[in-house]
Design a binder for this molecule. Structure first.
Ligand code: ATP
Ligand code: MG
Length: 546
């Protein structure tokens, strides 16, 4: 599907509706015919009963017509439901793919600030409310509004008095509905916030489970979790309360209106009868219509609530979709190769200044170690070189090409980074090395593993390179070797090594350093670690803390 720069929920839905135009038109036609079909049964019933009271015989055709009208109403209404569900699914599918595309377009600075639970809630809960917008929201609301208007028109013709009563009652009822809806929306928003906070807490706990166990902070985590759940329940209880009082009020009103009309039409007063007088058949039809007018008003209320809750979802998804995107560079003819240069770079995270007018050049093929106190900005320099953050001023270039102009496709062959912790992706050992990149063949991955000295360990696994990875499968040193294999697989010109031997014992460290020596050959290497400096030699650059 074609994508635009500026996206929003409704823009993406409009595009999806256009792409599925047959389904869109079919759904609208089905809804319209379902409205018309729902008017027929009471009219036919009135005709039959009036015929009977006038002493006419009941014909088979009349009965058949009545039952057919009921069947038609049922068929069309279930077709309407099915089509609306299908339509809703197509729309949310389009919306979810737009959102997942958006996620790939967000800059690193935005991504690190996001609460994973919140983002997940936008993809699941919020998109579900938008789906409800179609399955039981906007279209059904229009259909119900049409049902109410057409029933009002028929009632006005059949019993003017009742139409007047309804004109009086319905606005009051609408005001009541509105009041309930406002309260509902506030409660729903609170609930959504609480749910997002709860779902953020679970991955956070799992992520930090070792620390939590080690420090014995289970009780603290549990209290925090309980508080968030309690907030969620409190908000949900408010929603349930309004939900519970709404339907009984509708039913009561329905009964009162029927009773008043019946009493007035049985009053025998001539003036009253000019307004309320009707035949037996018509009175049956009228009772039928009254219940039919309250049903759509009741669902109209619910639909408005659905729409409101969906609008809260739409707002949140729109906020997500309209976040500024990273700039995607155009393809260039020549790959970025040559000296790595930071020139007069100033950079900070928000208010916090980390680098101020910092300059450094690493010549092609040179091996340089960055040293400096913790928090000085060594890892930050790597983040700038990887193009994850743009500098506030100055330039970061490789072979004269600003790193921001290096395309995603080209990046792995240009620069790669090995960090202290291996970031495992779901999948096999081969997937860990290739990262699903079709440009890296199985053979390239094997060569990289051999270079890193992990090939033998991989081949000893039950399915070799096709073994599905699990946490305890390799030792920490072996994960580090796999990390080197991952970085070396695309044969990058520049290799960044950030404290990669920090947690290793002497023997494992020697293996990792051996692998590094092989992987560093012919490349520009920037590393952070005293021990690598001692082993690989080369020049050091000191990063001073600001
Ligand atoms: P270490 O030797 O401990 O790894 P470092 O030299 O690599 O330290 P950096 O990780 O580059 O230091 O961090 C430099 C400063 O920037 C630190 O004060 C850190 O708190 C801050 N910082 C790093 N990442 C972020 C971030 N995503 N948001 C805000 N501040 C950050
Ligand atoms: Mg660091």
């Amino acid at each position: 599907m074609k994508r635009r720069n500026k996206s929003s929920v409704f823009a993406s839905i409009r595009m999806a509706a256009r792409a599925h135009h047959v389904l869109t038109v079919g759904t609208i036609l089905c809804v319209a015919s379902s409205v018309v079909a729902s008017l027929l049964p009471p009219l036919l019933l009135a005709h039959i009963i009036d015929g009977l009271t006038a002493g006419l015989p009941l014909t088979l055709w009349a009965v058949l017509a009545y039952f057919c009208s009921l069947a038609l109403e049922g068929v069309l209404s279930s077709a309407q439901e099915s089509l609306l569900v299908l339509f809703g699914q197509k729309m949310t599918h389009a919306l979810r793919s737009e959102m997942s595309h958006k996620l790939t377009q967000l800059p690193a600075s935005t991504l690190v600030d996001q609460n994973p639970g919140e983002v997940a809630a936008r993809f699941s809960g919020d998109v579900d409310t938008v789906e409800a917008l179609f399955t039981s929201g906007i279209i059904s609301m229009v259909a119900d509004a049409c049902r109410i208007l057409s029933i009002m028109a028929v009632i006005a013709v059949k019993n003017t008095g009742l139409a007047l009563i309804l004109l009086l009652v319905l606005p009051l009822f609408a005001a009541f509905t509105r009041h309930v809806q406002r309260r509902m929306l506030a409660a729903q928003l609170d609930n959504r916030r609480a749910v997002a906070a709860v779902s953020g807490q679970v991955p956070e706990t799992l992520h930090n489970i070792r620390t939590i166990r080690a420090l014995g902070t289970e009780a603290y985590m549990e209290r925090r979790y309980d508080k968030r759940i309690a907030d969620g329940y409190a908000a949900m209880e408010r929603t349930n309360f309004y939900d519970a009082i709404y339907s009984p009020v509708v039913l009561l009103l329905n009964a009162v209106v029927v009773a008043i009309v019946m009493l007035l039409s049985a009053s025998g007063n001539a003036t009253v009868l000019t307004l309320f007088g009707m035949s037996v058949g018509t009175s049956v039809a009228i009772i039928n219509y009254i219940s039919r007018i309250f049903a759509p008003i009741e669902s109209l209320g619910m639909e408005i609530q659905t729409i409101q809750s969906a609008m809260a979802g739409v707002k949140r998804i729109d906020a997500f979709l309209t976040q500024p995107e990273r700039t995607i560079p155009g393809e260039r003819q020549k790959a970025a190769r040559g000296d790595v240069e930071l020139a007069h770079v100033t950079f900070g995270y928000g208010e916090k200044q980390v680098l101020n007018d910092f300059s450094m050049t690493v010549h092609q093929g040179e091996q340089v170690t960055l040293i400096g106190r913790t928090g000085a900005g060594k890892s930050t320099i790597f983040k700038l070189l990887l193009g994850l953050y743009p500098p506030e001023s100055g330039s970061v270039t490789i072979g004269g090409v600003p790193v921001a102009d290096i395309t995603d496709r080209e990046r792995r062959t240009c620069i790669s980074c090995v960090e202290q912790h291996f970031a495992r992706v779901p999948g096999t050992v081969l997937d860990q090395i290739t990262l699903g990149d079709p440009q890296i063949t199985a053979e390239m991955a094997k060569n990289a593993a051999q270079l890193a000295g992990i090939d033998t360990a991989i081949c000893a696994l039950p399915d070799g390179y096709d073994t599905v990875c699990s946490e305890g499968m390799f030792s920490q040193g072996e994960w580090q070797l796999l990390s080197i294999a991952r970085a070396a697989a695309a044969d990058p010109a520049v290799l960044l090594l950030d404290e990669i031997t920090a947690n290793l014992d002497a023997e494992t460290e020697a293996r990792v350093l051996d692998a590094l020596r092989r992987a560093s050959e012919g490349r520009t290497v920037l590393s952070v670690s005293h021990r690598i400096y001692e082993n690989l030699g080369g020049r050091t650059v000191e990063i001073k803390i600001l």
